[in-house]
Design a protein. Structure first.
Ligand code: B12
Ligand SMILES: Nc1nc2c(ncn2[C@@H]2O[C@H](COP(=O)(O)OP(=O)(O)OP(=O)(O)O)[C@@H](O)[C@H]2O)c(=O)[nH]1
Ligand SMILES: [Mg+2]
Lengths: 312, 131
């Protein structure tokens, strides 16, 4: 099957196979990306992040239903952690999304982080493109349950939603420091539990202290995801944010930066592969390391010589 | 290349016994597979569609309620109808020996009954998933 062409024709199995090719870095992955790239850039990407168990998947399910009722098609990429010891993973986000499985306007794909530390997989961005080219209107990316440093989602998403829950105690301090800065909007989930209003106040205080804030002050919305309460309002906030960044050029800026970063990433990995072929695979690196061990030369001199040789 | 074997562990029908499915899911994860677990009470249609969206190499179903003669073959047919010809489909749970030949006839590659060491399941998958 011509995976790229079939994907563009709306074949769901082809979309699925394309994402596998991307994830596993199959030989045909680059060819697929080349063919689908002209058809990307149309979808709107909503990132959902927050600590483990905050209700991100439950919320994703409800948000997707809401978009469906507005007639929009939805792609979902749900990332869960890969075990650094075995390389295996249990991808359990779908458990909360079973009612979407048979809706043809929705496509859900689970991904393991596979060694990536930023809360996404290295291949998430390309998987988003596959769903975009397939024609999904909205693509929701659920990150792994994050602590504070896993903030790659801002690079992948147009709007980033941070989900927090009451009763996190002092944890909230650490989490706040890391992921508060990335939220375009804050969702306080499990508002049925005690402490939701207190959390709203705390976040408001943090936002008051934020001196870098633009004239978009991230709204804070209370929801009860498992009962579907507050979802319509929440989607309204996402829409507001979208209109805001579309109106002031911020969306274009974000996407330009993303395109730049992606190109640089590809170039860096190409150069890395080239170096590996020329220096590592030929055994030259080992020879050089021996010279370094004997202190016959130093790493900077070697690097100068190699770069001028390679880049001429 | 960074190929990983992906397995959908599914509980078809109304059967609420999920210990076995969870034990198997964890063992497969520990063997380095990516396991998609969709929870209880899945219809055959949901299982087949999840298998498609996740592009799994293996569909692994667990039934202890006795509904396997009907549900297992149904999933096989739906998965094949979706064009997933190579997917390995296996089952386990409380399944009488006498039912196993018919299940295999219907396309279930292997059936694992109570007491099976999970290592056997890992071995079977490693041997039967086409690289
Ligand atoms: C524990 C148990 C329960 C627990 C379940 C807890 C849970 N969350 O799972 C509770 C108390 C809730 C329960 C309830 C019932 N149970 Co009950 N239960 C059992 C019991 C004693 C053990 C099952 C178990 O957990 N084993 C441990 C796990 C690890 O083993 P396993 O599931 O067999 O899995 C192993 C293998 O089979 C295999 N495997 C299993 N699945 C898969 C899948 C794949 C892909 C692979 C590769 C391998 C594999 O690998 C595993 C590791 O070796 C069995 C009897 C028995 N000895 O099997 C009865 C049994 C399954 N229950 C039975 C019944 C009838 C019921 C009830 C209907 C009772 C009632 N009248 O209310 C209810 C129904 C509940 C429901 N909603 O469906 C019957 C089923 C009869 C039948 N099949 O014809 C059994 C067989 C008891 C009996 N002899 O009558 N039960
Ligand atoms: N009380 C309450 N529980 C909720 C609410 N929303 C979700 N939950 C429960 O919270 C638990 C975790 O929900 P998930 O949606 O799996 O959370 P998650 O953030 O996706 O979890 P990870 O992906 O593992 O980080 C589940 O048991 C949900 O039923 C809510 O509004 N109130
Ligand atoms: Mg989740």
């Amino acid at each position: 099957m011509d995976i790229a062409q079939e994907l563009l024709n709306g074949n769901r199995l082809a979309l699925s196979r394309a994402i596998t090719a991307i994830e596993n870095e199959y030989d045909d992955a680059a060819e697929i990306m080349k063919k689908i790239y002209p058809h990307t850039g149309k979808a709107y990407v909503l990132g959902i992040t927050g600590p483990p168990g905050a209700g991100k998947s439950t919320l994703t399910d409800k948000i997707a239903h809401e978009y469906r009722s507005q007639g929009k098609t939805v792609g979902i990429i749900a990332v869960d952690p890969t075990s650094p010891f075995t390389g295996g993973a249990i991808l359990g986000d779908r458990i909360r999304m079973n009612s979407l499985t048979l809706d043809e306007g929705v496509f859900i794909r689970s991904m393991g982080t596979r060694g990536s530390l930023g809360g996404l997989s290295h291949k998430t961005a390309d998987a988003v493109k596959a769903m975009d080219a397939f024609g999904k209107d909205i693509i929701i990316v659920e990150t792994v349950g994050v602590g504070q440093s896993e903030v790659d989602i801002v690079k992948a998403a147009d709007t980033t939603m941070v989900v927090l829950i009451p009763g996190m105690g002092d944890d909230i301090q650490a989490i706040k420091a890391g992921i508060l800065e990335i939220g375009d909007l804050f969702t306080i989930n499990k508002a049925d539990l005690d402490g939701a209003d207190k959390l709203v106040r705390e976040i408001n205080m943090m936002l008051d202290l934020d001196t870098f804030m633009t004239d978009w002050r991230p709204p804070i919305e209370k929801v009860v995801a498992n009962q579907g309460e507050g979802i319509t309002e929440l989607i309204g906030r996402v829409k507001q944010h979208r209109e805001y960044i579309e109106g002031n050029g911020e969306l274009t800026k974000r996407r330009t930066k993303r395109t730049r970063d992606e190109l640089m990433d590809i170039l860096n990995s190409r150069i890395g592969a080239y170096l590996k072929k020329k220096i590592v695979d030929t055994g030259r690196l080992d020879d050089l390391v021996e010279k370094l061990k004997a202190r016959e030369t130093d790493p900077y001199t070697v690097a100068d010589a190699l770069t001028s040789e390679m880049l001429k | 290349m960074d190929k990983k074997i992906r397995v959908l562990v599914a509980k078809p029908g109304l059967d609420g016994h999920d210990r076995g499915a969870k034990v198997v899911a964890r063992a497969l994860r520990d063997a380095g597979f990516e396991v998609i677990y969709t929870g209880l009470r899945q219809t055959p249609e949901q299982i087949a569609e999840a298998a498609l969206q996740e592009d799994v190499n293996v569909v692994a179903m667990s039934i202890l309620s006795g509904a396997h003669p009907h549900l297992f073959p149904k999933v096989v047919n739906l998965v094949r109808e979706k064009g997933m010809k190579d997917v390995l489909i296996i089952g386990g749970g409380v399944i009488p020996e006498s039912d196993i030949p018919a299940l295999k006839e219907a396309g279930i590659a292997e059936v694992f009954t109570p007491g099976t060491p999970t290592g056997d399941v890992v071995k079977f998958i490693n041997e039967h998933v086409k690289a």
